[in-house]
Design a protein around this ligand. Structure first.
Ligand code: 2HG
Ligand code: ZN
Length: 468
């Protein structure tokens, strides 16, 4: 992309004001900071400006204008991402969808809802609940993440073992491609065998092919009286053994884990231990338990796992309130450690490979990070681990990043041997770009580049994200 002189910049922005009301084009420093970064905090935000279109037509005009002037665009949702995919640090124009946040249509027969891309996840979840239904993709950033952003990263979260990823709920997408064409993809159909499904190409594309402007999503029935159990686990081996037993007997909607080291950070923020005994690891699992029908079974399973030595203590929620409090022990971890500028890993392998991977990376991390605090948590039931390394307060950010980057090479080489992915749910963005080759070989990346060329021939859509 070309650098613009200040008179060129003024002319460029004036050109945008010709089709976007001036109040929706922001150039002030506060907006640049707010809209120019996501939750990574690793990159200096430096957008050219922030534009907030109100209609699909305005988005289309913007993309055409950006093509004419070779202006880089960064599509922007709730900016809760953790890989830098929504960062604008090279004079890009941020296109925030936040004004396009309306729910447009609901159909009880189809059990589906159509909304604009800037709809906040929680607003959609609440809307579904009001209809007696549920939008079950869920995560801690529900209060600020946008549906468009969730789709652009194929967001996962805490209920994947039961409900799958965002991809599984999208039945229709309207997108403005990098060429400025409006595509209406799949139109809410359940079955459609009419050739390539471009909808799925846009899911997880991290804003590099075009801008998602509208989505149609499936809804489902709400969970029947879910109960939460937190279990104290003495070693990593027990985790998947417990999973095998529980998922065979109960209708699980979550199977999460976290380490004692991670728990200590949420305790510092005022939460309470789930039970007296401190154990190196904890499982948090949720299961449907209408009218307490499965309580006895859950207790029997608990006994069995205890006899096997896989767990040593546990608690089962007695009320909705207690279930919420237990969930916070897991959900609040990420936010509770943000002040330590963690180096984040978000890796996955097939479920059957988790025990072998855990053992190997446990050794690797103990060897490579003897002096750093390493926290484990994540969605272990779907083979997804979050490994966070905390920056020692006295260490310079750059030295820390260098250290962690070097270890990543070992970690990802191990992951590659197990056929895993360098990003399970956070995306590649900027932070994982140097490591993409551990997950996608050069031939495959060649196809990705060719696809980008088709949808975005001038390279204006979120350049520098996923690959260069
Ligand atoms: C979670 O599962 C989020 O809590 C954030 O995906 C993970 O902080 C992280 O690394
Ligand atoms: Zn996660």
């Amino acid at each position: 992309m070309t650098m613009h002189s200040s008179s060129e910049t003024t002319a460029l922005l004036d050109g945008i004001r010709a089709f976007i009301e001036p109040a929706s084009l922001r150039t002030d420093a506060d907006s640049a900071l707010l809209y120019g970064r996501d939750w990574t905090r690793l990159y200096q935000p430096n957008p050219l400006a922030v534009v907030l279109p109100g209609t699909i037509e305005q988005v289309r005009q913007l993309v055409c204008y950006a093509n004419d002037h070779r202006l880089a665009l960064v599509p922007s949702g709730g900016r809760t991402g953790l890989s830098g995919a929504a960062v604008a640090s090279h004079g890009e124009l941020v296109v925030s969808l936040e004004r396009m946040n309306r729910i447009l249509d609901f159909d009880a027969v189809d059990r589906s809802v159509t909304c604009q891309a800037g709809t906040v996840t929680e607003a959609l979840q609440n809307f579904a609940r009001e209809q007696g239904l549920s939008y079950p993709v869920d995560f801690a950033s529900r209060g600020s993440s946008h549906i468009g952003g969730n789709i652009a990263t194929n967001a996962g979260g805490i209920k994947v073992v039961r409900y799958g990823l965002t991809r599984d709920w999208v039945t229709g997408l309207k997108v403005v491609t990098g060429r400025g064409d409006l595509l209406d993809l799949n139109r809410g159909l359940i079955k459609n065998a009419s050739g390539y499904d471009l909808r799925h190409l846009f899911i997880g594309s991290e804003g590099t092919l075009g801008i998602i402007v509208e989505a149609t999503l499936k809804l489902t029935r709400p969970l029947h009286e879910p109960n939460v159990m937190v279990l104290g686990v003495p070693d990593l081996n027990g985790l998947m053994a417990i999973y095998g037993v529980l998922r065979g007997a109960l209708e699980l909607s979550a199977f999460e884990f976290f380490s004692e080291l991670a728990l200590r950070h949420v305790l510092k923020k005022g939460l309470h231990r789930p039970f007296e005994t401190a154990t190196p690891y904890y499982v948090l699992t949720e299961f449907e338990n209408p009218a307490g029908r499965f309580t006895d079974q859950a207790l029997q399973l608990f006994e069995h796992c205890t006899e096997q030595g896989w767990l040593v203590d546990g608690v089962i929620s007695q009320s909705e309130q207690q279930a919420k409090e237990l969930w916070r022990l897991r959900e609040d971890i990420s936010e509770s450690i943000a002040e330590h500028q963690p180096y984040k890993n978000d890796i996955s392998v097939r479920i059957s490979r988790v025990p072998a991977l855990l053992e190997e990376i446990d050794h690797l991390l103990a060897r490579e990070y003897p002096n750093f605090e390493v926290l484990w948590y994540g969605h272990i039931g779907d083979g997804n681990l979050h490994i966070n390394i905390l920056k020692p307060a006295e260490m310079a950010t750059a030295t820390f990043a260098e250290n962690c980057g070097a270890v990543s090479e070992h970690l990802f080489a191990t992951l590659q041997r197990h056929g895993g992915s360098i990003s399970a749910e956070h995306g590649v963005g900027l932070t994982k770009k140097p490591y993409l080759h551990y997950t996608r070989d050069a031939t495959e990346v060649g196809y990705l580049r060719a696809l980008k060329q088709v949808f975005d021939p001038n390279g204006i859509m979120n350049p520098g994200k996923i690959f260069d």
